[in-house]
Design a binder for this molecule. Structure first.
Ligand code: AMP
Length: 285
């Protein structure tokens, strides 16, 4: 497996793949690879002839008081894992390679970026859409793979691809979880043993809402309250948001009808974690 640091070399690699008639898959990541990322990579390898995984901790998607500097970085271990998953090349550019002096062009999706993580993290999605745009231009993949763990990110990128007529298929991979339910995340390494236990409140509260929906509850305020109550009972947890919107449009709803996205952002100690599930109303009372 190759590790490619320059945009010129990345383009050259992809040109060779095209010349050999191969399809190209892209898996954008920020590294600190875990089973969630590796599932995306394996799926990409099953669907495409040549898979490029990018590992780039993208400064433009972090706010000034967020964890850009502290974000875990371990290229040696990531390379081993990506190679074992079947990745042909890692694209690992420097910040200066991606954002040289004078850089001043950004891609911004309106509307759906203004709620959920967009409200708590101003500028975050502009950073994501800009870097993904750049990666799409550099690698020009046939397919790009993203995780449902970042449900809003998927919707924002789908909007971008549609609005800008990009000829790229986005493939969405379900959330990969630890055996006890915690969604895998590079940020889980920040958690102390006690916080790791407390973090189970995210998946537990989603499960509580799913059970209530299965039992016929369709009132969005009641569902939000159930989830909020469960999280509030955990002393190490502080809610950033608990939100329910129609899915995939993210429209405001009072009652479930069809599909809805239940999304959470919760701080466990200093670590902000997100999780979500799709609720589907069957029989409402
Ligand atoms: P990140 O490195 O956190 O930017 O994530 C890179 C990609 O992996 C994104 O598309 C994420 O949605 C996806 N991803 C991260 N964690 C998970 C997970 N637990 N399950 C599925 N996909 C994930």
């Amino acid at each position: 497996m190759l590790i490619i640091e320059s945009i010129a070399d990345m383009r050259q690699f992809v040109r060779q793949a095209w010349a050999a008639g191969k399809t190209v898959g892209l898996v954008p990541t920020m590294g600190a690879l875990h089973e969630g990322h590796l599932t995306l990579m394996r799926q990409a390898c099953a669907a495409c002839d040549v898979v490029v995984a990018s590992i780039f901790v993208n400064p433009t998607q972090f706010g000034p008081n967020e964890d850009f500097a502290a974000y875990p970085r371990d290229l040696a271990s990531d390379s081993e894992k990506a190679a074992a998953a079947g990745v042909a090349a890692i694209f690992h550019p420097s910040v200066a390679e991606m954002y040289p002096t004078g850089f001043s062009t950004y891609v911004r999706v309106e509307g759906i970026t203004e709620k959920l993580c967009g409200r708590s993290r101003p500028g975050h999605f502009q950073g994501v859409t800009t870097v993904v745009n750049k990666l799409f231009h550099i690698v020009q993949p046939d397919k790009a793979f993203f995780g449902q763990k970042d449900a809003q990110q998927v919707l924002v990128l789908q909007r971008m691809v549609q609005d800008l007529n990009m000829d790229i298929t986005l493939e969405v991979v379900p959330i990969v979880r630890e055996a006890d339910g915690l969604a895998k995340s590079s940020r889980n390494v920040y958690l102390s043993a006690e916080e790791r236990q407390a973090a189970l409140v995210l998946s537990r509260s989603l499960a509580r809402a799913q059970q209530a929906v299965a039992a016929g509850e369709c009132d969005v305020a009641v569902l939000r309250e159930l989830v909020t109550e469960e999280i509030a009972a955990q002393p190490l947890a502080a809610i950033d948001y608990v939100e329910l919107y129609g899915y995939p449009g993210l429209e405001d709803i009072d009652r479930l009808s069809g599909r809805a996205l239940l999304a959470l952002a919760v701080k466990i100690g200093k670590t902000r974690l997100i999780d979500n599930c799709i609720l589907e109303a069957k029989a409402c009372f």
